[in-house]
Design a protein around this ligand. Structure first.
Ligand SMILES: Nc1ncnc2c1ncn2[C@@H]1O[C@H](COP(=O)(O)OP(=O)(O)OP(=O)(O)O)[C@@H](O)[C@H]1O
Ligand SMILES: [Mg+2]
Length: 331
């Protein structure tokens, strides 16, 4: 990989003597989406908070190692933390708008960094809200309190707020975990558009989301880096058994299948049209197993089913070409 944005070199983090990250070596590619996956407590948030030095604010946290961004070691005491956080924005799992208007939330960062001209601020606020996909919903109430927005809108507002200081890297900690499928898709689409200009690191518990978004995947387990590599390799041919188990483990308990259909040979979108039709004949709660072999079906069938409000219980590779997608009818 020759186009590296962030180089993490020997990173160790502990909280009150308990190790949270152990000897992490990792290169994060420039202008791509890197997804960090792994079970709860494995250190995903700790890794993001280390990258933009927010970890400095946590009592008892000890951090050792180097994180290089463009020739600067962000861990060095000589680096200015405010400018690091300007270059590396973090959007946390729970949207946290500031207790002020929608406009002021977005203008807050640019004002701190010296932007005073009203016209320039207006332009920045508008373009960031547009990029975050929120402008049309809020353009007539920019002065109303941000806390009145829905959670999905608040999440996009926080994205706009991060963009307003023109970061180079966007760290997103489970940005859609509190959102409905439509709002999640909205954010996912934004992230895909944004990778033209930004390096994006996203933490997600949703394997299907990681499959949809990621160019590069990092699997953490109990504070250790188990595997990392291009998404196509990690998802389709994981090198480590633990990674395979985690990906396949999205089928948590082996569900009873009520109906099975074989859609091998069917291309997108025919395969999800057939899957939808099969679900229509099921009762709520019943489970459909779909066998697919068309490469994009692995991500598109689960996405279409989640979009319709059904629950995807698992996606599993069966052999070199075939995958099964297990869907529970919800609506
Ligand atoms: N402020 C803290 N003080 C003490 N221990 C902490 C603190 N923050 C995190 N930890 C511990 O560090 C480990 C890694 O936590 P982290 O929040 O990074 O995990 P995570 O992978 O983001 O989990 P989740 O998926 O549940 O968000 C956990 O064992 C957690 O209990
Ligand atoms: Mg976390």
């Amino acid at each position: 990989m020759n186009d590296i944005c962030l180089r993490i070199h020997g990173l160790n983090v502990s909280y009150d003597g308990h190790t949270a990250l152990k000897n992490i070596y990792l290169d994060i590619p420039h202008r791509q989406i890197t997804a960090i996956i792994g079970p709860s407590g494995c250190g995903k948030t700790t890794l993001l908070r280390s990258i933009n030095r927010l970890i400095d604010l946590t009592d008892g946290a000890k951090i050792r190692g180097e994180i290089w961004l463009d020739g600067h070691n962000v861990m060095s005491d000589r680096e200015d933390v405010t400018s690091i956080r300007k270059r590396i924005g973090l959007i946390s799992q729970k949207p946290s708008p500031l207790p002020m208007s929608i406009y002021d939330n977005v203008a807050y960062g640019p004002r701190i960094h010296g932007m005073r001209d009203r016209k320039e601020l207006d332009k920045t606020v508008r373009s960031c809200l547009e990029t975050a996909g929120l402008w049309t919903e809020v353009k007539d109430r920019l002065q109303s309190p941000a806390t009145r927005l829905s959670v999905g809108q608040q999440q996009r507002l926080c994205l706009a707020r991060s963009l307003a200081v023109r970061p180079e890297v966007l760290l997103c900690d489970e940005p859609t975990s509190a959102l409905d499928p439509v709002s999640s898709q909205n954010i996912e689409n934004r992230l895909i558009e944004l990778k033209k200009d930004y390096t994006i690191v996203i933490v997600t518990h949703n394997i299907h989301q990681a499959m949809r978004l990621a160019d590069y995947v990092v699997h953490l387990y109990l504070g250790e880096l188990v595997e990392h590599g291009p998404a196509s390799e990690v998802f389709q041919r994981p090198k480590q058994d633990r990674t395979r188990a985690y990906i396949n483990g999205t089928v948590l308990t082996k569900p009873r299948t009520d109906v099975e259909i074989n859609l091998k040979g069917k291309v997108c979108p025919l395969n999800f049209v057939f899957a939808k039709a099969a679900l229509e004949n099921l009762e709520i709660g019943q489970v459909l197993k779909v066998i697919v072999d068309y490469p994009t079906a692995i991500t598109e069938v689960p996405r279409a089913m989640e979009y319709d409000g059904h629950k995807v219980l698992g996606v599993k590779q069966l052999n070199e070409t075939d995958w099964e997608v297990i869907i529970q009818k919800r609506e």
